[in-house]
Design a protein around this ligand. Structure first.
Ligand SMILES: *Cc1c(COP(=O)(O)O)cnc(C)c1O
Length: 354
């Protein structure tokens, strides 16, 4: 398939204040788009001006939520070059999500090459300040106008780019987490491991309640016994428990995070023993009190590493540490971001340079 490159007529003004970028609100001048029709496959791949789509009100995505997405970042390095972090892993996961949602797979190499070309054209949009990046959002939606319940015969796949600020402006701040004993995010056999919008729609109600009560995030328990800790919002959870790293195994209800994987590899390099097992909510609450649980943090592309300051479950709250992020948490945060921004050697070949 050819990639067509269309001109832009009216470039937007460039980023005026890199220190005040709001996450996911501003988009660049161009986007990548391709279309799919059953029997024909993917076609009309192009880089075109960023613009709204015209979609039929009956388009299946609006009714039955056939939608998947990805999230990754491009980083500007001190020497001006631009680096992507493990982008092939994102497109591999995009295809795993596509299979689960009965959507067509994409040619991973083609789409990654198209993304690299798009970022080359939009290079001026990759911000320069410490901690800033260009957030990349590949998306696929079902577009066939049809109200019958079955997989769509038409799809749009597109990639949009958004310059984003440093997640932590005043230093890395520990978050307050509410452990939900009622609402659940994903069930065994469900779509928890697919990166699909419906999982997020299902999570909003509990997240809204948590926010109203002053919490930053919801920690989800397994849906069956409401006993085992799974993940948080858009982050996987890692715990330093008895001096070992403990994190939920990937058994269908937890998203296979690329930051999680990278963190586990780096922690293994640092000599930590890794246990992929589900910690119980009692282990978390008691562990924070009796000293067996010393650090806990979330991992995800947007935030990188997010230290937990406290957990609240039913009527009790426990604190971790002294209100400061844990020592290992910060060491890992610095190691991972140093690789992303090219300040430390990329010994695992995670970086793709433009
Ligand atoms: C995207 C996502 C993550 C984090 O994955 P990364 O690849 O590390 O960004 C974790 N949990 C959920 C539910 C997600 O959607």
């Amino acid at each position: 398939m050819d990639l067509q490159i269309l001109p832009i007529d009216h470039p937007k003004p460039r980023i005026s204040d890199e220190n005040n970028l709001v996450f996911g609100k501003q988009f660049t001048d161009r986007m990548f788009v391709m279309e799919y029709d059953s029997g024909k496959g993917w076609h009309s791949a192009r880089i075109q001006p960023y613009a709204p789509f015209v979609l039929d009100p009956a388009a299946m995505v609006f009714h039955y939520a056939q939608e998947i997405f990805e999230g990754l970042k491009a980083f500007r390095r001190a020497d001006g070059t631009i680096a992507l972090f493990r982008p092939a892993d994102n497109f591999a996961r995009f295809n795993r999500s596509a299979r689960r949602m009965c959507m067509p797979e994409v040619d991973e190499r083609f789409v990654l090459d198209a993304l690299l070309e798009l970022i080359r054209l939009e290079a001026d949009w990759v911000p320069h300040n410490q901690g800033t990046s260009l957030y990349i959002r590949p998306t696929m939606i079902a577009t066939e106008p049809m109200l019958g319940v079955r997989p769509s015969n038409k799809y749009l796949c597109y990639i949009i780019l958004s310059p984003v600020g440093a997640y932590y402006k005043g230093g890395v701040a520990p978050v307050k987490i509410w452990i939900s004993d009622f609402y659940v995010r994903a069930t065994e056999g469900g779509t928890g491991e697919a990166k699909t919008g419906g999982n997020y729609a299902a999570s909003l109600y509990a997240a809204k309640q948590a926010a109203e009560d002053g919490y930053d995030q919801v920690l989800w328990l397994d849906a069956k016994e409401k006993r085992f800790v799974e993940e948080v919002g858009s982050m996987n959870m890692l715990f330093l428990y008895d001096g070992k790293i403990v994190t939920s195994p990937l058994r269908g209800t937890v998203l296979d995070g690329i930051t999680r994987r990278s963190a586990l590899t780096l922690l293994g390099d640092m000599g930590y023993q890794i246990e992929e097992r589900a910690l119980t909510v009692d282990e978390v609450m008691e562990g924070a009190t009796n000293g067996r649980l010393t650090e806990a943090f979330g991992t995800g592309t947007a935030v990188v590493i997010s230290p937990v300051g406290s957990f609240c479950y039913k009527d009790s709250c426990v604190r971790l540490g002294d209100g400061q992020p844990g020592k290992l948490t910060m060491e890992l945060y610095h190691k991972l971001t140093a690789i992303q921004y090219g300040k430390e050697a990329d010994s695992h070949n995670w970086v793709t340079l433009l």
